[in-house]
Ligand binder design. Sequence first.
Ligand code: ARG
Length: 462
Amino acid sequence: MALWSGRFTEGADEFTQRFGASLPVDRALYAQDIAGSKAHARMLAAQGVIPCEDADAIVSGLEGIEADIEAGRFAFDVGDEDIHMAVERALIERVGDAGARLHTGRSRNDQVATDTRLFAKRRCSDLMRANLALRRALVAQAEEHFDVILPGCTHLQHAQPVLLSHHLLAYTWMLARDFERLVVARRAADASPLGAAALAGTTYPLDRQMTAAELGFSRVIPNSLDAVSDRDFLLDLSYACSVSCVHLSRLCEEVVLWSSSEFGFIELSDAFSTGSSIMPQKKNPDFAELIRGKTGRVVGDLMALLVTCKALPLAYNKDLQEDKEGAIDAAKTLEDCLVCAAGMIETMTVKPEAMRAQAQRGYLAATDVADYLAKKGLPFRRAHEVVGHLVLLCEQRGCDLGDLSLDDFKAECDLFEADITEALDLESIVAARTTEGGTGHAAVRVQLAHAKEVLAADEASV
Ligand code: ARG
């Protein structure tokens, strides 16, 4: 019989018992559940609600249970509805009446909210660490290949040359924002619902500040109804995971493209590639594809939680039991994806010649040739048209702008001089982009130092 079965005359139906149970999911929260119970028991004793010897018996009983769970020798019962019931049942079996006093002034409603918040806080910190590792890998590749030039694209068409370091650093800024979202999610979780009891607080002189402090919460939730029904912190965590996965899917899409034979910009290490069961020559970027693919399920986890929370009346409703599976999955999936992406980026081989060869194609200098004319006084719109004609000429001849003679240039516009060759040189084109945040070598050097500063500050804050 369940611990709440006093007012029932019949045992639960076997199917509904299984249908209503959350143990398969919330057993992952055993450490948080035990920590919450220890804090509650100590507080009850400090407030004179239960004898100190009972609190001691409860605490040592809970520690024994924790050791058993960790060693894999804890016997879960078929009737254990959730982790809270499993631990309390085992505690009463171990320490008798003292254990039966633990649930004084507490409900599973504030208990589960406490456990889930503690769990969410821990997972946010884990994800922050994984986020930092990927940023370190990107920064290391950016430093190693600082000067490498590749075609920058818009619409996936060659646009203007950029530094590889600049391109890689773009991802570190996305990840720095992901880190901020995790900070926000962790702050949202960092408030104690314990003491709200079922929904209305209790008649016992509970010290909510004491349990909050012992559990490492920085504040107490001010409203008992909100305390047991708020799951915004899980929405924040799921949203943070979703955006980060979307970023990883963009990075991985480029890894897939860049490792293709059409691009050949990078080669993935063997450890981060797979072969084909039929085609002996294949080396596939499976893990980049898998990370890209896992984005769907993480975004799905967020959607499921949003819909679960929609239109719930105050306060606790059993619907909320559905909150944990998706959030746990989203955090685990993102963590795995971050770890995998970090290894993949760290061990990939960059092919500077292939990048450079592609940067020679697709008239990447066109904007700079137009700027050359504009700087000589031709209105930019006119200059744009002149260079458009030159590109057309190249198309007809099957050559690039650099293959045209000075006469070819002069035939289109007499402002062209011999120094046009400088406007056609990839290094000069890149270096000339001195705008703050631009791809010029000097600007990227400043940006790299900035990215490392933010990284170090984030490292210090985990
Ligand atoms: N297993 C439940 C959950 O995850 C715990 C809270 C149950 N409370 C209740 N009154 N039935 O939400």
